[in-house]
Write a protein that binds this ligand. Structure first.
Ligand code: B1M
Length: 211
């Protein structure tokens, strides 16, 4: 019989086919879709995030797990009543202007979604004004920027300066990450936080919004 533990385990194993079957079985058994998402799919993905953080899982495996989670979400989402899945907050995420690297940024987005955040993933090569207008339009809590090049990480500073110029700096928490980015750099440009990896980015968002 289908159980939340089985669903979580299939996500942890990155077993897309099994997750699909179990999600359908859960629907047929009239299980609460929010419970299946929160305590089956997302619970499994949270384990994946922690294993990735501690080097027990690697990027390709995490991507398969995320694919499995999404495969399970697909048939369940239309059955949800608004507000049934807790959202921890809304994040506007992107790779900064001039930078096309998105593998790490997408991992960050997936783990944030698994962590209960609503993520607006803007993509790559995002201009400062586009981060800001997306944050305004989506009523976001957090602006999250990724950069993989020493030349493009400076764009993060432009976004923060533009927020200050527009008098919007206090409206959003700003977090930064990516291989060349450090805690020192984050402090230097006035960001609210830096995370070295995707799972830590989720913890950081939680702690920033907690106060
Ligand atoms: Co490029 N590249 N690349 N590249 N590339 C690097 C980054 C580089 C270190 C390679 C090297 O020279 N050794 C180097 C940068 C040097 C520097 O500036 N310090 C480099 C270069 C120079 C370039 C080009 C300029 C090469 C050229 O054309 N001459 C060019 C630039 C293009 C551009 O962006 N304008 C370029 C292009 C590319 C590809 C397109 C071929 C491809 C990107 C494909 C894609 O992303 N869709 C690519 C790749 C794949 C890499 C390497 C090999 C791998 C990057 C990656 O995906 N890592 C990289 C070398 C390396 O790192 N070994 C390299 C895996 C990923 C999971 O890790 O992105 O670090 P990462 O994300 C981590 C953390 O950093 C963190 O969490 C993630 C998961 O834990 N994190 C965040 C990331 N964003 C975060 C945001 C957060 C918090 C945490 O909060 C918001």
């Amino acid at each position: 019989m289908v159980s939340l533990e089985k669903i979580a385990q299939a996500v942890i194993e990155g077993d897309v086919a099994t997750v699909k079957v179990l999600a359908q079985e859960a629907i047929d058994a009239k299980m609460d879709p929010a419970d299946v998402i929160n305590n089956g799919l997302i619970a499994g993905m949270n384990v994946v995030g922690q294993r990735f953080k501690y080097g027990e899982m690697f990027v390709p495996e995490v991507l398969m797990c995320a694919k499995a989670m999404h495969a399970g979400m697909e048939p369940l989402k239309p059955l949800l009543v608004d507000g049934q899945v807790d959202t921890s907050g809304k994040v506007v995420l992107g790779t900064v202007k001039g930078d096309l690297h998105d593998i790490g940024k997408n991992l960050v987005g997936m783990l944030m979604e698994a962590g209960g955040f609503e993520v607006v993933n803007l993509g790559v090569d995002i201009e400062a004004e586009d981060f800001i207008s997306a944050a305004k339009e989506n009523n976001a809590n957090i602006i999250a920027m990724s950069a993989l090049l020493t030349t493009t990480m400076l764009e993060m500073k432009d976004v923060i300066e533009m927020l200050e110029e527009e008098g919007l700096r206090d409206n959003y928490k700003v977090i930064v990450g990516g291989a060349p980015v450090s805690q020192d750099f984050a402090e230097e440009i006035g960001a609210d936080g830096f995370a070295p990896d995707a799972a830590s980015a989720v913890d950081l968002c939680r702690s920033l919004l907690a106060g």
